[in-house]
Write a protein that binds this ligand. Structure first.
Ligand code: SAM
Length: 286
């Protein structure tokens, strides 16, 4: 079948099937072959790879993935897209389409079955309304994974890559950087999609660490501290922790831990690196 990655071909398919774009599913299909090639390049897909694609839409990127990978599994929630995918992916015999909600699929099990538990690669033009649950779900469930190369909202990509002391730095930066090294591959304007999204987009690659660079005794506690310190951005870290309903440390405990780290009691959360949050968490846990 002819490649889909042009506005003309996309419109042809959409009209043939009388397809209605569903806003609730974040449906903005890619119509730019340069962007698609950039994504495939950045993901560094080889003939050895098992690739999970989240939300194939009408199969535009799936065609590219199929040509580079050993095997592709594409998980699509919208049942109206399934007959379309049957047509657009006919002849691509290393692709399997699963009509499911990605948040309900056990990806670890699929990696075990289809890739003998070896790390998979995830590639997607993500539905933006569930970017964070999808990415954090894959990390937190310890799905064996080399990398995630995904299209996300531009501001979200910037937050994922931001470092301490910058305006975009926050709980999402730390959560992502605990598991992976982020790299923004390209910014993508709205005219590369159909229909055009209201926001700018960016492709970001998250390369999963094999050995976690930051060790912490209690991950849950560290992330509770991180959330508390960014809840009230303009307040000191100490106030953030004290005002949290989930953490129960006294002012003295927090000041004492900061002092042991050589940090001022007036420091704000946005100034601390991931390593420093890990150390603070370890000190507070005792
Ligand atoms: N990959 C296609 C492309 O680039 O043209 C479509 C990308 S579109 C931004 C997001 C896709 O994810 C849509 O096809 C949408 O139906 C699908 N989707 C939305 N929520 C989903 C979910 N919870 N599980 C699986 N797919 C979902």
């Amino acid at each position: 079948m002819e490649k889909l990655s042009s506005p003309k071909k996309t419109i042809e398919i959409i009209q043939k099937y009388n397809f209605d774009f569903q806003k609730k599913f974040g449906q903005n299909f890619l119509i730019d072959s340069h962007v698609l090639e950039k994504i495939i390049d950045a993901a560094n897909i080889t003939e050895d790879d098992f690739v999970l694609e989240i939300g194939p839409g009408i199969g535009t990127m799936t065609q590219y993935l199929s040509e580079h990978a050993r095997e592709v599994m594409a998980v699509e929630i919208d049942h109206n897209l399934i007959p379309i995918l049957k047509e657009t992916l006919a002849g691509y015999d290393n692709v399997e389409v699963l009509n499911e909600d990605i948040l309900k699929v056990d990806i670890g099990k699929i990696a075990e079955k289809k890739n003998q538990g070896r790390p998979i690669k995830v590639v997607a033009n993500l539905p933006y309304y569930i970017t964070t649950p999808i990415i954090m779900g894959l990390f937190e469930k310890n799905v064996p994974m080399n990398s995630l190369t995904v299209m996300v909202q531009k501001e979200v990509a910037q937050r994922m890559q931001a470092g301490p002391g910058t305006k975009d730095y926050g709980a999402l930066s730390l959560a992502v950087q605990f598991y992976a090294e982020p790299y923004i591959v390209a910014n993508v304007p709205p005219n590369c999609f159909m229909p055009r999204p209201k926001v700018g987009s960016a492709v970001i690659r998250l390369t999963r660490y094999k050995d976690m660079p930051v060790k912490v005794k209690n991950e849950q506690l560290m992330f509770s501290i991180i959330r508390a310190s960014f809840n009230q951005r303009r307040k000191t870290l100490q106030n953030g922790i004290n005002n949290s309903s989930t953490l129960h440390f006294s002012k003295e405990q927090v000041v004492d831990a900061l002092d042991k780290m050589g940090l001022s009691p007036k420091i704000r959360g946005e100034a601390l690196s991931l390593e420093q949050f890990a150390r603070l968490s370890d000190l507070l846990e005792g």
